[in-house]
Design a protein. Structure first.
Length: 240
């Protein structure tokens, strides 16, 4: 907001403090007194609002769309985010949606490859076995080898683990526009050796954007582990 003239400091030799009688235009300016001195400020509503250029306007408009969309994604996934320390995931999701909107002219999940919902504790901090993920016959199938060294045991309190394959699909710009399906594996002990864990989930046939996430959760006896380091969740495949 523009100011008129200089600050006139009280108790400063050779200067005096501004007063109402010094106002150059009482219809336009008001006297503002501060600890640093006094000055005249133009009244609110008299200054022409700044006009955003096209780039900034588009960015501002995309935030209005993508930020609520990111919150809807987090809200519909809340049950599957249990145990995770997600941090600023909503801001990171919003940023990827904005980039996709600029690139593709629509909101989709095309930039979510390998997105970690817990970036400081990624999935591969726990899951050491190389898993395979493929799309076939309208389904996503994930195969994970099960052996003693396949999942890292971070402390002796954790006794076992299991996997979830989570499908998110729909329109994130609409309230109620998103849906979630999931499939859960058997419970595995850390000493387990045997055949692979195979998880499969059917993709939507409506042409809506989708992404599939693999999550690992750990147990301490019969209870879910307390610390987020015993969890991980990553996007393993998405629509384009």
């Amino acid at each position: 907001m523009p100011t008129f003239g200089l600050y006139f400091m009280a108790n400063h030799k050779g200067f005096r403090e501004l007063g109402p009688g010094d106002n150059p235009d009482p219809k336009r300016y008001i006297l503002v007194k501060t600890k640093e001195g006094s000055h005249f400020r133009q009244k609110r509503g008299l200054v022409t609002p700044a006009v955003l250029n096209d780039t900034l306007q588009k960015s501002a408009d995309s935030i209005k769309v993508c930020s609520p969309a990111a919150k809807r994604i987090a809200a519909v996934l809340w049950q599957h985010l249990r145990g995770l320390e997600t941090g600023r995931s909503i801001a990171r999701i919003s940023g990827l949606l904005r980039k996709a909107l600029r690139m593709n002219g629509k909101l989709d999940f095309s930039l979510f490859g390998d997105f970690e919902f817990q970036p400081y504790r990624p999935l591969d901090a726990l899951l050491k076995a190389p898993y395979e993920c493929q799309e076939k016959d309208g389904r996503i199938e994930v195969e994970i080898p099960i052996h003693k060294a396949g999942v890292k045991r971070l402390n002796p309190l954790v006794t076992g683990y299991y996997f979830d394959l989570v499908l998110l699909y729909g329109d994130p710009t609409k309230d109620g526009g998103l849906k979630v399906d999931n499939v859960t594996s058997s419970l595995y002990l850390y000493e387990s050796n045997g055949g692979p864990c195979i998880l499969s989930i059917t993709l939507p046939q409506t042409g809506e954007p989708w992404m599939v996430m693999l999550k690992i959760s750990s147990l301490e006896g019969n209870e879910l582990a307390v610390h987020p380091r015993h969890y991980g969740m990553r996007v393993v495949m998405h629509s384009h």
